[in-house]
Design a protein around this ligand. Sequence first.
Ligand SMILES: Cc1ncc(COP(=O)(O)O)c(C=O)c1O
Length: 407
Amino acid sequence: MPGVASGVGAVPVDGSGGPDPARVFDWVDRRAELRARAGLTRVTRPRSASSPLLDLAGNDYLGLTRHPEVVAAATSATREWGAGATGSRLVTGTTELHEELEAELAAFTGAEAALVFASGYAANLAALTALTGPGTVVVADAYNHASLIDGCRLSRARTVVFPHRDVAAVERELAAAGSARALVVTDSVFSVDGDAAPLAELAAVCRAHGAALLVDDAHGLGVLGGGGVGALAAAGLAGAPDVVATVTLSKSLGAQGGAVLGPRRVVRHLVETARTFIFDTGLAPACVGGALGALRLLRAEPERAARVRAVARRLADALGGAGLAVSVPEAAVVSVRAPSPEAAVAWAAACREAGVAVGCFRPPSVPDGMSRLRLTARADLTPEQVARVVEVVAATAPAPAAEGGGV
Ligand SMILES: Cc1ncc(COP(=O)(O)O)c(C=O)c1O
């Protein structure tokens, strides 16, 4: 109605009688104010190519993102195929290199087949939406990654969330699901605390009830299992007919992109039905080439996987020894409890000031009351660098954080 304020506080300011377009987004400033009061402001911080910071915030677990062979593989893929994939996978976005990567990812992890996506996030949305739907039941761990949670929401399946790592609760939910098609969903290694899902037990429970198991192995690929073959192979589940995995190419493989790994018929189903496969431009050649280069390097140097696990344990032991409340790392992620979101932000900033970049997790990335520093081990960290990190994190700890005990 002319001359009347509408909706979110828009009011007329000129003679035209319409609401003021400059006020339409006033509400986002009010939300920002609320987040600031709760210590939850987020900003981007551009890093320079020659940053002197010791990086324990990124996910380059194996130290491969700048490895000359990986960079050369990415560069040569760009020269050969161009800067972009030019189209979606079913149109022009599948190069021979995409299929080479899919074949090598499947062979490396012991899966029957693999399908590459533009990101791990897209791979998770694809697996959840294509393998479920109205009338099916998804049984999901409470600490699953946001991309799995979003996949559950998009799937329109009935989603039941079970307490973190609680196999008995999964068994109860599957029994209650009766004859409905069911999918149990979990991270292999949980992003925040770095603890591991009981995969063998979950697979056994799924099998007893005829359910499928979907495992997000973003933090397991390249880190867990002999030579970094991933959590499924480590749990004896590689090639299982009722298990599907998703991975990202952006952590241990130092590139970008994602993949779904599993039975050939599941991959065929995704090709024909997964919307994030069909309606998204194919992964850029540089990322495909880089991931392939990293995978080949990992096959040639399998000791990198054991090395990153050893660095994570050394970090956790030393931080625990310094009196901090530190998690027990099952892979590369080490998390240290902070007393509040504000304390976590100040602590991460103090570490940065002292030359060490660490991650800072606050709600909504973690539940209320669970703010943390998150340190990611890297296979290429020297003992001296690990000692320096421990010294900095301990010296900058807020008082209530230095109280010991597990997370
Ligand atoms: C457990 C988990 N799943 C999925 C993703 C998403 O992967 P991508 O960054 O390739 O989209 C991440 C990334 O941070 C992750 O930690």
